[in-house]
Design a protein around this ligand. Structure first.
Ligand SMILES: [Ca+2]
Ligand SMILES: [Ca+2]
Length: 171
């Protein structure tokens, strides 16, 4: 009788292969290697467009609108972690009529596809700013749709009466 692998043993080997693919992929992703085709391994964040938020809610006691700015957080880039936020300018006393609000950043923002990143939209106050919206942590790899290097496009986040678009150039 020939020596064959039992189906159970086969399944075990396939499982090992999947684990090894993961073990190899994680450091490659972290190093910014191009696993996605099109020569794309990172993205430049051009601007954030806040298309809709519940601006009419009472954000400030004075009865005027919120004073809105955007923060960028990158949890996996040591350089950025040491300087934990990149912040846009503030747009004061915003109402729904001012939307869409466009935010750019003083420093160039760039992320590898595998980096864990997050954006927050906040209302600036004298003490203790109010968080208006957060994308939560995500990776651009989760949002990459096979674009070519040099192509730009939107990464869209929605929530309760909220729509925030991160415009990136794939690199
Ligand atoms: Ca406030
Ligand atoms: Ca205000």
């Amino acid at each position: 009788m020939p020596r064959c692998l039992s189906p159970r043993r086969h399944a075990g080997l396939r499982g090992h292969r999947a684990v090894w693919a993961l073990v190899l992929a994680v450091p490659l992703l972290a190093s910014g290697c191009d696993l996605f085709g099109g020569g794309v391994s990172s993205a430049r964040i051009e601007r954030v467009v806040v298309e809709a938020l519940p601006f009419e809610e009472v954000w400030d006691t004075g009865g005027d609108g919120p004073d809105v700015y955007v923060d960028f957080y990158n949890s996996s880039d040591l350089r950025v972690r040491l300087t934990p936020t990149a912040r846009s300018a503030v747009q004061g006393d915003v109402s729904a009529d001012d939307a869409p609000l466009v935010f750019r950043f003083r420093q160039e923002l760039r992320a590898e596809l595998g980096d864990t990143i997050r954006f927050e939209v906040s209302d600036e106050d004298v003490v203790g700013d109010d968080l208006m919206f957060t994308t939560g942590y995500f990776t651009l790899a989760e949002r990459y749709g096979g674009e070519e290097a040099g192509q730009s496009g939107p990464v869209v986040f929605t929530g309760d009466r909220a729509r925030v678009v991160i415009e990136v150039v794939w690199e």
